[in-house]
Design a protein around this ligand. Sequence first.
Ligand code: ARG
Length: 259
Amino acid sequence: MCRPTHFTVDYSINPWMDPAKPTDTDNAIAQWEQLHALFQRLGHTVEVIEPVAGLPDMVFAANGATVVDGRALVARFRHRQRQDEAPAYLAWFRERGYPVVRQAEFTNEGEGDYLVVGERILAGTGFRTDRRAHAEAERVLGRPVVTLELVDPRYYHLDTALAVLSETEIMYYPGAFSAESRATLQRLYPRAVLATPEDAAVFGMNAVSDGRRVVLPEAAVALAERLRERGFEPIGIDITELLKAGGSVKCCTLELRPA
Ligand code: ARG
């Protein structure tokens, strides 16, 4: 995770970001501290990366890399405004001695668009991650990649439209995907939890699950109920300050999968 010390919205690279709308950095920090504390309370080990001044979106650590079996494939950001985040992630993984650390050749925004479900990686494209990056991820990370096409600009990263619930289960908002990708999801995950437009609009899909407990935005009340019916334990949290930049729980969280 990365503390939102320098959080603000002073440019717009997705439809949620409006630089004319005021942001409150202290509130962002307070809400982020709650999320950080919650993960620790749930028993997770949380590591942090030092925030860099002038990189207000660095709080969205999910975008920094994709890590599978200790292999860190570092992002190559689409927009100039975020490109300087990549060297910070490269240094972070190198300093910690990850067995493979390399920056991707093709544009991709880490776990924003790559979601690991068991032995498979679901990969988004359409707005940020280059399709060609998917083959690269498959090669470097050594797991089969399934390409999914995003079509709604509000759901510009895969993790804004789909969440991994367990090694075999997912939830997603069908409206964010092309017809072909909807068919793919239906075939691979016939029992998936399907989200409504309302669930998606409060970033309910931007959730982090440990297989049982699902941390998600507290406004996704109806969705939480459906998760409970499926035997999960939803835990709602208020992280709305960061939604002004188009991010929530999952965006703040990069999963480190050791070797
Ligand atoms: N403002 C950031 C951007 O547009 C938000 C990133 C959200 N992160 C995510 N994993 N969806 O790049």
